[in-house]
Design a protein around this ligand. Structure first.
Ligand SMILES: *Cc1c(COP(=O)(O)O)cnc(C)c1O
Length: 397
């Protein structure tokens, strides 16, 4: 996955354009910038690559998730259904808006379980937010049908899945609003950065204003711009956008490398009857950022992790025992350890987490191993890795 592996002359050239003019900000300074608009160019590049009408580039993926919800009107007291297997940013973004994250089980797609989503809908539900974890997607047709029936928003967190597709559409562009992260370990990196994508003109206008203190960006005098509504500062700097611009242009090349490396590893593990792979919904194609597979049980998965480590294989994660991505270790959320008081509504809305169990997810995450697909491996290294992984895992049975 990490685009940082591919940092080189193309990225340096874009950054140098910015350094040579000294215009580090994406708005204004038209004369000084000598025609360099890196954030705007990155937005056009992503529009083209993802085939989406609008892109607003921002300063992080977490900002992008927050904005995706905010621009569609999600706010205080609204419930947002999200998976219990994701990066912590998902609930952070929801809570930042005063909305209530409703965590539900995942299934063997490693994303939202459709039945669990249906069971979680209440009169306060405003949005469903699937997270396309580790390069593959939720069953978007099924989620869309639920959203249509209950008049809910479908917000896609595609931060880990740029380049994946579902029924011919880029992940992130299927729902009402989508978001991406370009942090340092994502497929495309800006160093830090993110993007909100949508085909909805109003949501895009909202994103444009909201990410810059509500500025309407009309005319050529920033100081004289109107503020139709309140906003914040989620702006990306031109330096970060410059890195992302070079990287985004290389996305097709990145995806090709990921697919090639993924396929070699997968074909090796497919020879082991006890190994099963993560389910990709019909009509979906992964971004191949990770190879995800299931062992027969938790114990086998733990043993496999030990065997992989002894074989010198790094970059494989057992999220059940990892404190970042799975609800089991989110004690700071369950105990509401915040620096500042939360609203009474949010506090009450989150009290279910003190008792709720996620048995079905425990089964899947307990058995799952997720291996990062790197782009800098040589073909020889991938084959060597595939053999080592196969031997290490087969040795357990
Ligand atoms: C990385 C990530 C984010 C947040 O992105 P940052 O750019 O690190 O803020 C949000 N959601 C998911 C699923 C992610 O993997």
């Amino acid at each position: 996955m990490p685009g940082f592996e591919m940092f080189g002359d193309l990225e340096r050239q874009e950054v140098n354009d910015v350094l040579n003019t000294g215009v580090l900000m994406r708005y204004g300074f038209d004369g000084m910038r000598q025609g360099h608009w890196k954030a705007k160019e990155l937005e056009s590049e992503l529009q083209k690559q993802l085939n989406v009408k609008h892109v607003q580039v921002v300063n992080s993926g977490t900002s992008a998730v927050t904005m995706a919800l905010a621009v569609a009107g999600v706010g205080a007291g609204d419930e947002v259904i999200m998976p219990c297997f994701t990066f912590v940013a998902s609930f952070e973004a929801i809570m930042m808006l005063g909305a209530i994250p409703i965590l539900v089980d995942i299934d063997d797609t490693l994303t939202l379980d459709i039945k669990a989503v249906e069971a979680a809908i209440t009169s306060k539900t405003k949005a469903i937010m699937p997270v396309h974890m580790c390069g593959s997607m939720a069953d978007l047709d099924a989620l869309k049908a639920i959203c249509d029936e209950h008049k809910l928003l479908l917000i896609e967190d595609a931060c880990q899945a740029i380049g994946g597709t579902y029924k011919g559409k880029a992940l992130g562009t299927y729902g009402d609003v989508g978001c991406f992260s370009f942090d340092y370990v994502k497929t495309v990196t800006c160093g830090e950065g993110g993007a909100v994508v949508t085909n909805n003109d109003d949501y895009h206008k909202n994103a444009d204003h909201y990410s810059d203190h509500g500025h309407d960006h009309v005319g050529y005098d920033r100081g004289a711009e109107e503020h139709p509504f309140l906003g914040y500062n989620f702006r990306i700097s031109e330096l970060n956008a410059a890195v992302g611009l070079a990287q985004a242009r290389r996305l097709p090349e990145f995806l090709e490398i990921q697919k090639k490396n993924y396929t070699i590893l997968r074909e090796a593990l497919e020879t082991i009857p006890q190994v099963h792979f993560r389910i990709v919904p019909d009509g979906g194609e992964e971004s191949y950022a990770f190879l995800n597979f299931f062992l027969p049980d938790l114990e086998a998965a733990r043993q496999a992790m030990t065997a992989l480590k002894s074989a010198g294989i790094d970059g494989c994660f057992h999220y059940y025992d990892n404190n970042w991505h799975y609800v089991r270790k989110w004690d700071h959320l369950k105990q509401l350890k915040t620096l500042h008081p939360l609203s009474k509504e949010l506090e009450a809305g989150l009290s279910y987490l003190k008792t709720k169990s996620f048995d079905q997810s425990d089964l899947y995450i307990g058995r799952n191993i997720s291996c990062l697909i790197k782009m800098s491996w040589t073909e020889e290294q991938v084959h060597e890795r595939a053999e080592k992984m196969k031997t290490a895992i087969a040795s357990l049975f």
